[in-house]
Design a protein around this ligand. Structure first.
Ligand code: AMP
Length: 214
């Protein structure tokens, strides 16, 4: 591995599916089928580029520590806690969705202190504080939609795309917290020490993103 090798941390799942065509259009393709392999580290068609496949919340950590020079992660992950110390250079415009509050259909919000269930505890805490709404935040790791139905929480903060998951669980979207899409983040030292290859990659991805859809 040369000093100019670039390691890109990718987010597995939905984001990966939308990332691969972008990378391919920028001239980077994994050496084997990344979606079916159980491997986590992949060579690519470019000697100088390798790819890691991680959970979204781990992408900023790998990039911040410089193990990956750059990464692709959802803005929700970056807002929650992990954006600090990274350069967010590009909005890739993929995996678009919304971070929203949601509650039971037709149920008025209780007066006074409320309970909010979410995996986005920092985002929820900030949002409620900005609203002047007193709230106890309950951390969940999944199936947030169940919390209001089961009486665990008055509201949830979650990602909404079509809204079908909310609807299927008797919930309705309430307030928009942030529009979400995937972002390209870059390690600060890599941007200095590997300036030429990093900059070239950022520019080719920027050109792909700016190009009109075929
Ligand atoms: P939907 O039923 O289409 O509103 O999708 C909602 C669920 O899909 C959420 O609970 C999220 O877990 C997941 N989801 C939708 N869009 C995204 C995205 N861009 N990134 C990550 N998860 C997503």
């Amino acid at each position: 591995m040369s000093r100019d090798t670039i390691t890109i941390a990718l987010t597995k799942g939905r984001i990966l599916k939308e990332t691969l065509p972008l990378l391919a259009a920028a001239g980077i393709e994994p050496a084997e089928d990344i979606q079916t392999s159980r491997k986590l580290l992949f060579a690519s068609n470019r000697d100088q580029v390798r790819l890691l496949v991680l959970r979204g919340s781990d992408v900023p950590t790998y990039v911040r520590h410089g193990v990956a020079d750059m990464g692709i992660a959802g803005k929700d992950i970056l807002l929650e806690n992990n954006g600090a110390g990274l350069y967010e250079l590009l909005d890739l415009g993929i995996a678009r969705c919304r971070l929203m509050t949601a509650g039971l259909v037709g149920q008025a919000q209780p007066v006074g202190r409320i309970v909010v269930a979410t995996k986005f505890v920092n985002i929820a805490r900030r949002f409620m504080a900005e609203r002047g709404q007193q709230a106890d935040i309950v951390k969940l790791y999944g199936a947030m939609e169940l919390a209001p139905l089961m009486g665990l929480a008055d509201l949830i903060v979650d990602i909404v795309d079509s809204g079908n998951t909310l609807k299927a669980n008797g919930l309705e979207p309430r307030e928009l917290i942030a529009g979400i899409s995937s972002r390209l983040v870059v390690n600060r030292a890599s941007l200095k020490m590997k300036h030429q290859p990093v900059q070239a990659l950022v520019e080719s991805l920027a050109a792909v993103v700016a190009a009109p859809a075929p």
